[in-house]
Design a protein around this ligand. Sequence first.
Ligand code: AMP
Ligand code: MG
Length: 329
Amino acid sequence: MNWKHELETAKTIARVAAGICHNIQAELVDPSQKQGREPVTVADYASQALIGNALAENYPEDGVLSEERSEEFMLLLNDNQRALVQRFVTDAVGGYVFEEQVCAWLDFGKQKHDAERVWIVDPIDGTKGFLRRQHYCVAISLMVGGEPVLGVLASPGFYSDEADPPDDPGALIYAQQGAGAYIEPLAGGPSEPIQVSTVVDPRAARLLTSYESGHTDISFFERVIQALGRGQDAPQRGLDSQDKYGMVAAGMGDVYLRVVPEPDFREKLWDHAAGYAIVTEAGGRMTDLHGQRIDWTAGTRMMNNRGVLVTNGFLHDDILAAIDRIGLE
Ligand code: AMP
Ligand code: MG
Protein backbone atom coordinates (compact mmCIF):
# COMPACT_ATOMS: atom_id res chain seq x y z
CA MET A 1 0.00 0.00 0.00
CA ASN A 2 1.08 3.53 -0.69
CA TRP A 3 0.07 6.57 1.32
CA LYS A 4 2.18 9.13 -0.49
CA HIS A 5 -0.62 11.65 -0.93
CA GLU A 6 -1.64 11.27 2.71
CA LEU A 7 1.96 11.73 3.83
CA GLU A 8 2.40 14.89 1.73
CA THR A 9 -0.88 16.30 3.07
CA ALA A 10 0.16 15.56 6.66
CA LYS A 11 3.62 17.08 6.16
CA THR A 12 2.22 20.25 4.63
CA ILE A 13 -0.41 20.83 7.29
CA ALA A 14 1.90 19.89 10.19
CA ARG A 15 4.32 22.55 8.96
CA VAL A 16 1.58 25.17 8.69
CA ALA A 17 0.22 24.26 12.13
CA ALA A 18 3.67 24.39 13.75
CA GLY A 19 4.19 27.83 12.16
CA ILE A 20 0.94 29.05 13.71
CA CYS A 21 1.97 27.67 17.10
CA HIS A 22 5.25 29.51 16.80
CA ASN A 23 3.49 32.80 16.00
CA ILE A 24 1.06 32.39 18.86
CA GLN A 25 3.90 31.57 21.24
CA ALA A 26 5.44 34.96 20.44
CA GLU A 27 2.27 36.62 21.79
CA LEU A 28 1.07 36.21 25.33
CA VAL A 29 -0.34 32.73 25.86
CA ASP A 30 -2.70 32.21 28.80
CA PRO A 31 -3.48 28.56 29.24
CA SER A 32 -6.92 27.31 30.25
CA GLN A 33 -7.31 24.14 32.31
CA LYS A 34 -9.11 21.14 30.94
CA GLN A 35 -10.63 18.41 33.10
CA GLY A 36 -7.74 16.53 34.68
CA ARG A 37 -5.86 19.86 34.86
CA GLU A 38 -4.17 19.50 31.48
CA PRO A 39 -3.51 22.94 29.97
CA VAL A 40 -4.90 23.98 26.61
CA THR A 41 -4.18 27.19 24.68
CA VAL A 42 -5.45 29.12 21.67
CA ALA A 43 -2.59 27.51 19.75
CA ASP A 44 -3.88 23.97 20.40
CA TYR A 45 -7.28 24.99 18.96
CA ALA A 46 -5.95 26.94 15.97
CA SER A 47 -3.62 24.06 15.10
CA GLN A 48 -6.35 21.39 15.36
CA ALA A 49 -8.87 23.48 13.38
CA LEU A 50 -6.36 23.86 10.53
CA ILE A 51 -5.54 20.17 10.53
CA GLY A 52 -9.27 19.37 10.58
CA ASN A 53 -9.78 21.68 7.61
CA ALA A 54 -7.09 19.93 5.56
CA LEU A 55 -8.38 16.45 6.43
CA ALA A 56 -12.02 17.40 5.72
CA GLU A 57 -11.06 18.77 2.31
CA ASN A 58 -8.83 15.89 1.27
CA TYR A 59 -10.33 12.86 3.00
CA PRO A 60 -13.97 13.59 3.89
CA GLU A 61 -14.74 9.91 4.53
CA ASP A 62 -11.97 9.32 7.10
CA GLY A 63 -12.35 9.23 10.86
CA VAL A 64 -10.27 11.39 13.22
CA LEU A 65 -9.13 10.88 16.80
CA SER A 66 -7.92 14.25 17.99
CA GLU A 67 -7.15 15.69 21.39
CA GLU A 68 -9.26 18.85 21.47
CA ARG A 69 -13.05 19.29 21.24
CA SER A 70 -15.26 22.20 20.18
CA GLU A 71 -17.35 21.79 23.33
CA GLU A 72 -14.34 22.69 25.49
CA PHE A 73 -13.30 25.40 23.03
CA MET A 74 -16.67 27.10 23.62
CA LEU A 75 -16.64 26.44 27.36
CA LEU A 76 -13.05 27.15 28.40
CA LEU A 77 -12.01 30.05 26.18
CA ASN A 78 -13.25 33.58 26.64
CA ASP A 79 -14.51 35.77 23.76
CA ASN A 80 -11.08 37.29 23.14
CA GLN A 81 -9.33 33.94 23.04
CA ARG A 82 -11.90 32.47 20.65
CA ALA A 83 -11.61 35.54 18.43
CA LEU A 84 -7.84 35.03 18.40
CA VAL A 85 -8.24 31.43 17.24
CA GLN A 86 -10.66 32.60 14.56
CA ARG A 87 -8.16 35.21 13.40
CA PHE A 88 -5.25 32.76 13.17
CA VAL A 89 -7.37 30.25 11.27
CA THR A 90 -8.74 32.97 8.97
CA ASP A 91 -5.22 34.21 8.19
CA ALA A 92 -3.99 30.69 7.50
CA VAL A 93 -6.78 29.63 5.15
CA GLY A 94 -6.94 33.02 3.43
CA GLY A 95 -10.70 33.61 3.73
CA TYR A 96 -13.00 34.63 6.54
CA VAL A 97 -13.76 31.71 8.85
CA PHE A 98 -16.79 31.84 11.17
CA GLU A 99 -16.64 30.42 14.70
CA GLU A 100 -19.10 27.67 13.70
CA GLN A 101 -16.64 26.60 11.01
CA VAL A 102 -13.78 26.51 13.52
CA CYS A 103 -15.94 24.23 15.71
CA ALA A 104 -16.81 21.98 12.76
CA TRP A 105 -13.13 21.59 11.83
CA LEU A 106 -12.19 20.90 15.48
CA ASP A 107 -14.70 18.04 15.53
CA PHE A 108 -14.20 16.80 11.97
CA GLY A 109 -14.25 13.00 11.79
CA LYS A 110 -14.90 12.45 15.49
CA GLN A 111 -18.06 10.40 14.87
CA LYS A 112 -16.15 7.91 12.74
CA HIS A 113 -13.75 6.25 15.16
CA ASP A 114 -14.58 2.85 13.71
CA ALA A 115 -13.70 3.83 10.14
CA GLU A 116 -11.12 1.73 8.27
CA ARG A 117 -8.91 4.84 8.11
CA VAL A 118 -8.56 7.01 11.19
CA TRP A 119 -6.27 10.01 11.55
CA ILE A 120 -4.72 10.47 15.00
CA VAL A 121 -3.93 14.09 15.75
CA ASP A 122 -2.24 15.94 18.58
CA PRO A 123 -2.37 19.62 17.57
CA ILE A 124 0.25 20.41 20.20
CA ASP A 125 1.97 17.48 21.82
CA GLY A 126 3.69 18.78 24.94
CA THR A 127 1.53 21.81 25.68
CA LYS A 128 3.36 22.18 29.00
CA GLY A 129 6.65 22.34 27.09
CA PHE A 130 5.10 24.86 24.69
CA LEU A 131 4.20 27.07 27.66
CA ARG A 132 7.73 26.71 29.10
CA ARG A 133 9.13 27.52 25.63
CA GLN A 134 10.81 24.14 25.44
CA HIS A 135 9.93 21.03 23.45
CA TYR A 136 6.60 20.55 21.72
CA CYS A 137 5.50 19.25 18.35
CA VAL A 138 2.51 18.84 16.07
CA ALA A 139 1.83 15.12 15.68
CA ILE A 140 -0.22 13.54 12.89
CA SER A 141 -0.64 9.86 12.13
CA LEU A 142 -2.88 7.77 9.89
CA MET A 143 -4.11 4.43 11.18
CA VAL A 144 -5.32 1.94 8.60
CA GLY A 145 -6.97 -1.27 9.76
CA GLY A 146 -5.85 -0.66 13.34
CA GLU A 147 -2.17 0.01 12.58
CA PRO A 148 -0.50 3.46 12.36
CA VAL A 149 1.01 3.40 8.85
CA LEU A 150 2.39 6.91 8.68
CA GLY A 151 3.57 9.49 11.14
CA VAL A 152 4.62 13.13 10.98
CA LEU A 153 6.15 15.22 13.77
CA ALA A 154 6.68 18.95 13.19
CA SER A 155 9.03 20.03 15.93
CA PRO A 156 10.23 23.65 16.11
CA GLY A 157 12.89 23.15 18.81
CA PHE A 158 14.06 19.69 17.97
CA TYR A 159 17.80 20.24 18.30
CA SER A 160 17.87 22.33 21.44
CA ASP A 161 16.27 22.72 24.81
CA GLU A 162 14.37 25.85 23.87
CA ALA A 163 11.27 25.76 21.70
CA ASP A 164 12.51 27.84 18.85
CA PRO A 165 15.89 29.51 19.29
CA PRO A 166 17.01 31.39 16.17
CA ASP A 167 19.80 28.95 15.35
CA ASP A 168 17.61 25.84 15.60
CA PRO A 169 16.29 24.77 12.20
CA GLY A 170 13.60 22.63 13.87
CA ALA A 171 12.70 19.34 12.31
CA LEU A 172 10.03 17.66 10.27
CA ILE A 173 10.34 13.95 11.00
CA TYR A 174 8.17 11.52 9.09
CA ALA A 175 7.75 7.96 7.94
CA GLN A 176 5.47 5.84 5.85
CA GLN A 177 5.22 2.09 6.37
CA GLY A 178 7.63 0.33 4.05
CA ALA A 179 9.17 3.58 2.75
CA GLY A 180 11.64 4.52 5.51
CA ALA A 181 11.88 7.36 8.01
CA TYR A 182 13.24 10.82 7.20
CA ILE A 183 14.15 14.15 8.74
CA GLU A 184 14.29 17.56 7.11
CA PRO A 185 14.53 21.18 8.32
CA LEU A 186 11.14 22.47 9.43
CA ALA A 187 11.34 25.41 7.05
CA GLY A 188 12.05 23.07 4.13
CA GLY A 189 15.24 21.70 2.68
CA PRO A 190 16.85 18.39 1.81
CA SER A 191 15.56 15.31 3.59
CA GLU A 192 17.81 12.66 5.03
CA PRO A 193 16.95 9.09 5.96
CA ILE A 194 17.15 8.34 9.68
CA GLN A 195 18.01 5.15 11.47
CA VAL A 196 18.09 4.12 15.12
CA SER A 197 21.43 3.81 16.94
CA THR A 198 23.46 0.60 17.16
CA VAL A 199 24.05 0.81 20.92
CA VAL A 200 23.78 -2.69 22.36
CA ASP A 201 25.14 -2.25 25.90
CA PRO A 202 22.40 -1.11 28.30
CA ARG A 203 25.05 0.57 30.44
CA ALA A 204 25.87 2.87 27.51
CA ALA A 205 22.26 3.62 26.56
CA ARG A 206 21.10 7.22 26.42
CA LEU A 207 17.76 7.27 28.22
CA LEU A 208 14.84 9.61 27.59
CA THR A 209 11.79 10.28 29.65
CA SER A 210 9.16 12.99 30.22
CA TYR A 211 10.25 16.36 31.52
CA GLU A 212 7.08 16.53 33.61
CA SER A 213 7.49 14.48 36.78
CA GLY A 214 3.70 14.02 36.90
CA HIS A 215 3.82 12.18 33.56
CA THR A 216 6.27 9.51 34.58
CA ASP A 217 7.26 7.59 37.70
CA ILE A 218 10.79 8.79 38.33
CA SER A 219 11.51 6.33 41.14
CA PHE A 220 10.58 3.39 38.88
CA PHE A 221 12.70 4.88 36.12
CA GLU A 222 15.64 5.06 38.53
CA ARG A 223 15.14 1.47 39.67
CA VAL A 224 15.29 0.38 36.04
CA ILE A 225 18.52 2.34 35.62
CA GLN A 226 19.99 0.59 38.67
CA ALA A 227 18.80 -2.81 37.47
CA LEU A 228 20.72 -2.19 34.24
CA GLY A 229 23.87 -1.88 36.35
CA ARG A 230 24.25 1.83 35.88
CA GLY A 231 25.23 4.59 38.24
CA GLN A 232 23.61 7.95 38.98
CA ASP A 233 25.63 9.56 36.20
CA ALA A 234 23.91 7.52 33.46
CA PRO A 235 23.08 9.84 30.56
CA GLN A 236 19.40 10.64 30.81
CA ARG A 237 17.25 13.46 29.64
CA GLY A 238 13.72 14.61 30.32
CA LEU A 239 11.94 16.28 27.44
CA ASP A 240 8.39 16.95 26.40
CA SER A 241 6.41 15.55 23.51
CA GLN A 242 7.03 12.89 20.88
CA ASP A 243 10.40 14.51 20.22
CA LYS A 244 11.51 11.57 22.38
CA TYR A 245 10.44 9.22 19.56
CA GLY A 246 12.16 11.46 17.03
CA MET A 247 15.37 11.30 19.05
CA VAL A 248 15.34 7.48 19.21
CA ALA A 249 14.42 7.25 15.50
CA ALA A 250 17.28 9.56 14.54
CA GLY A 251 19.81 7.70 16.71
CA MET A 252 20.14 10.70 19.07
CA GLY A 253 18.85 8.64 22.01
CA ASP A 254 18.47 4.92 22.60
CA VAL A 255 15.62 4.29 25.03
CA TYR A 256 12.38 6.09 25.86
CA LEU A 257 10.75 4.66 28.95
CA ARG A 258 7.34 5.84 30.10
CA VAL A 259 6.20 4.55 33.44
CA VAL A 260 3.01 6.19 34.58
CA PRO A 261 2.65 6.89 38.31
CA GLU A 262 -0.97 5.76 38.54
CA PRO A 263 -1.25 2.02 37.72
CA ASP A 264 -4.68 2.58 36.15
CA PHE A 265 -3.56 5.35 33.81
CA ARG A 266 -3.83 4.40 30.16
CA GLU A 267 -1.88 6.27 27.49
CA LYS A 268 -3.68 8.34 24.88
CA LEU A 269 -3.24 7.34 21.25
CA TRP A 270 -2.30 10.80 20.00
CA ASP A 271 0.71 10.90 22.33
CA HIS A 272 2.24 7.86 20.59
CA ALA A 273 0.82 6.91 17.19
CA ALA A 274 2.96 9.19 14.99
CA GLY A 275 6.07 8.40 17.02
CA TYR A 276 5.42 4.67 16.75
CA ALA A 277 5.10 4.80 12.95
CA ILE A 278 8.37 6.74 12.72
CA VAL A 279 10.50 4.80 15.19
CA THR A 280 9.36 1.45 13.75
CA GLU A 281 10.26 2.52 10.23
CA ALA A 282 13.66 3.75 11.50
CA GLY A 283 14.41 0.22 12.75
CA GLY A 284 13.32 0.66 16.37
CA ARG A 285 10.80 -1.15 18.51
CA MET A 286 7.89 -0.10 20.71
CA THR A 287 5.89 -2.22 23.13
CA ASP A 288 4.18 -1.74 26.48
CA LEU A 289 6.15 -2.43 29.67
CA HIS A 290 5.26 -6.13 29.53
CA GLY A 291 6.62 -6.44 26.01
CA GLN A 292 3.17 -6.65 24.44
CA ARG A 293 2.30 -5.07 21.10
CA ILE A 294 0.22 -1.94 21.38
CA ASP A 295 -3.49 -2.40 20.71
CA TRP A 296 -4.41 0.76 18.79
CA THR A 297 -8.07 -0.22 18.46
CA ALA A 298 -9.34 0.16 22.03
CA GLY A 299 -10.64 3.74 21.74
CA THR A 300 -8.85 7.01 22.46
CA ARG A 301 -6.62 5.30 25.02
CA MET A 302 -4.42 2.20 24.96
CA MET A 303 -6.80 0.35 27.25
CA ASN A 304 -4.98 -2.97 26.83
CA ASN A 305 -1.44 -1.77 27.47
CA ARG A 306 0.43 -0.43 30.49
CA GLY A 307 3.18 2.14 29.87
CA VAL A 308 5.47 2.40 26.89
CA LEU A 309 8.98 1.21 26.02
CA VAL A 310 10.63 2.55 22.88
CA THR A 311 14.15 1.47 21.96
CA ASN A 312 16.55 1.06 19.09
CA GLY A 313 15.49 -2.62 19.10
CA PHE A 314 18.85 -3.99 20.24
CA LEU A 315 18.26 -2.92 23.86
CA HIS A 316 14.60 -3.85 24.05
CA ASP A 317 14.75 -7.32 25.60
CA ASP A 318 17.37 -6.34 28.21
CA ILE A 319 15.20 -3.50 29.40
CA LEU A 320 12.04 -5.60 29.44
CA ALA A 321 13.96 -8.16 31.52
CA ALA A 322 15.02 -5.41 33.96
CA ILE A 323 11.41 -4.23 34.28
CA ASP A 324 10.32 -7.80 34.85
CA ARG A 325 12.87 -8.24 37.65
CA ILE A 326 11.69 -5.08 39.39
CA GLY A 327 8.04 -6.01 38.90
CA LEU A 328 5.25 -3.69 37.87
CA GLU A 329 2.41 -2.91 40.25
P1 AMP B 1 5.17 14.23 27.89
O1 AMP B 1 5.39 15.14 26.76
O2 AMP B 1 6.03 13.01 27.82
O3 AMP B 1 5.24 14.91 29.22
O4 AMP B 1 3.69 13.69 27.72
C1 AMP B 1 2.67 14.60 27.46
C2 AMP B 1 1.37 13.87 27.52
O5 AMP B 1 1.20 13.20 28.76
C3 AMP B 1 0.17 14.77 27.42
O6 AMP B 1 -0.16 14.98 26.07
C4 AMP B 1 -0.91 14.00 28.15
O7 AMP B 1 -1.80 13.38 27.26
C5 AMP B 1 -0.17 12.92 28.89
N1 AMP B 1 -0.53 12.88 30.32
C6 AMP B 1 -1.36 13.66 30.99
N2 AMP B 1 -1.46 13.31 32.28
C7 AMP B 1 -0.68 12.26 32.44
C8 AMP B 1 -0.36 11.42 33.55
N3 AMP B 1 -0.87 11.62 34.76
N4 AMP B 1 0.49 10.42 33.34
C9 AMP B 1 1.02 10.23 32.12
N5 AMP B 1 0.78 10.99 31.05
C10 AMP B 1 -0.07 11.99 31.19
MG1 MG C 1 -1.88 18.02 22.99
